[in-house]
Ligand binder design. Structure first.
Ligand code: SF4
Ligand code: SF4
Length: 107
């Protein structure tokens, strides 16, 4: 019997990566910030005229930061259980995932 090809999800290991958290602007909503108050402390409020239902706080880029402020040195998310909705929807193995890994030189 032939072996089953690994799915894209199996090819990438988020636990030793974090590339997407350092490559893209991350926006959190007010409801994200209500769920996780640290977003209010460590994010930057989006200017009123740019604010939308989905974009109330900017987590990256911030001055002097190379990645989202919640990305730990271990490459793990410090607020994983209460992370913003946009992070929950980000798909491992997606085009954006592959592009982020390539940008940071992660195979
Ligand atoms: S870039 Fe892809 S593999 Fe890396 S942490 Fe993000 S989703 Fe996971
Ligand atoms: S909140 Fe967590 S999962 Fe979302 S970008 Fe920041 S470190 Fe990554």
């Amino acid at each position: 019997m032939s072996s089953i090809d690994p799915s894209p999800v199996q090819e990438y290991n988020c636990l030793d990566c974090g590339a997407c958290c350092g490559c893209y602007p991350i926006f959190a909503s007010e409801s994200d910030a209500d769920r996780e108050p640290k977003i209010k402390d460590e994010g930057i409020l989006v200017e009123n005229f740019l604010k939308t239902d989905r974009q109330a706080y900017r987590l990256y880029p911030l001055p002097f930061l190379k990645a989202c402020p919640f990305l730990a040195e271990t490459k793990l998310c410090r607020i994983y259980e209460t992370r913003p909705e946009v992070c929950r929807k980000f798909e491992v193995g997606s085009e954006q995932c592959i592009r982020a890994r390539a940008r940071l030189g992660i195979k």
